[in-house]
Design a protein around this ligand. Sequence first.
Ligand SMILES: O=C(CO)[C@@H](O)[C@H](O)COP(=O)(O)O
Length: 229
Amino acid sequence: MSILAASIMCANQLNLEEELRELEKAEVELLHCDVMDGVFVNNLAMGPYVLEEIKKATTIPLDIHLATDTPAKYIEMFAPIQPEYISFHVEVSGNVRKEIELIKEKGIKPALALSPDSPVEMIKPYLTDVSMILMMTVNPGFAGQKFNYNVLNKLDELNALLKNMDNKPLIEVDGNINRETIPALLEKGANVYVLGTSELFNPHEGTYKEKVDRVKQLFTDMSKPLKTR
Ligand SMILES: O=C(CO)[C@@H](O)[C@H](O)COP(=O)(O)O
């Protein structure tokens, strides 16, 4: 199963309502919303006010990524918006299990986020407690970075841990996701692909629908037996 998420932080912030209309026409399935606090990452992005307005303005479910310190504080801050997912970084959690439960109590699907240099071991105790694992393929904080191919080895490790699990969490990948990097990620079992400046929010030719359809075509082509491609 492949789900496409649009990284709304990369959209035209001066024209968000129109951007949302175009993303709805493109039939993206999630809006990936990067919340940044200037502490965990050296950037600030997407406060509750703007996400509240985005939630009211679209039917696309929200997938909030807390690229922040002190996850519990931001879980409380953003839960009232009722996103479908909230992911937080295990690297800065005060109590991972408690914060997963806090998200669940709010009726939201919990996800754990892992930066490229953080070992998969850090999320191993929680795999049965979360709905999704966000495997960052760039350092959180900024768009336009280069894909970190070491994360492919981490995906192998994660797949080995998930192998015998019945209700596996989804695997989300985020950072320089495009038609060059997607084939390797598909092979590694990624399910949710965050499209940012690499493939969607860029000056290249085409509407958002045309760009998203090009990515969907890649998944279709990849699903065909080799000899028919
Ligand atoms: O902002 C980030 C990374 O923190 C991602 O959420 C965006 O998706 C970046 O998209 P690309 O520019 O890497 O394509």
